[in-house]
Design a protein around this ligand. Structure first.
Ligand code: HEM
Length: 178
């Protein structure tokens, strides 16, 4: 996983808590903490940090990933200037993930590994998004979707209707604009 994601998690933890909390997470997760934004690091380091954060901060790993995704969206927008500015709505942003946003990320960082989404039952104000990634961090996707609706100040309902962690075949989100 890209170092920028670790750096953003660091920033999110320090903004909500403090530097000592981040240091404690690094120690509990037994990871180095030396992440340069352009480097690529073992996914296991992120899983260990999420595990340490959930233990230390009293949340489930899914809640931690969701929090991280929600807080991360505006930070991704600032790190990649011009990326979010071309969209006006949550829907148009989510629909552009496979064709515009993530391919652009991969052009900047050819070693980035991005998830793939499939879109079903698309109508004007609702759709079902299927998340596919070997990393299986659907709660991060959920948080990023929520972060999008915060960013555009829209009222959006996001239901995680099927999840591989609950034994379903796919991870599906129903997204409805209110
Ligand atoms: C400004 C918009 C966005 C930018 C610049 C961006 C960029 C990135 C980057 C750099 C990564 C890390 C890839 C790696 O470490 O190899 C990533 C991963 C990811 N992105 Fe995006 N992203 C954006 C929006 C979104 C949104 C709205 C979603 C909502 C579903 C999303 C879902 C994900 C997920 C779930 C991952 C984790 C990787 C995985 O699951 O395998 N992203 N993105």
């Amino acid at each position: 996983m890209k170092g920028i994601i670790f750096n953003m998690f660091n920033d999110i933890v320090v903004s909500r808590f403090n530097e000592q909390t981040w240091e404690a997470l690094l120690e509990n997760a037994r990871v180095s903490g030396a992440y340069s934004s352009l480097g690529n690091y073992d996914d296991q380091d992120m899983f260990a940090l999420v595990g340490a954060a959930s233990h230390h901060l009293g949340m489930t790993p899914q809640q931690c990933l969701h929090w991280m995704g929600r807080e991360m969206l505006p930070r991704l927008g600032s790190f990649y200037p011009g990326m979010l500015e071309r969209f006006n709505t949550t829907f148009s942003t989510l629909k552009a993930l496979n064709n515009v946003i993530h391919p652009e990320v991969v052009r900047y960082h050819p070693d980035a590994v991005v998830p793939v989404f499939h879109y079903h039952e698309v109508s004007t104000n609702s759709m079902v998004m299927e998340y596919r990634s070997a990393r299986g961090i659907c709660s991060l996707a959920h948080g990023l979707m929520q972060g999008c609706s915060d960013y555009f100040n829209e009222s959006v309902e996001i239901d995680h209707i099927q999840c591989r962690h609950r034994g379903d075949e796919h991870c599906l989100f129903r997204i409805t604009i209110r």
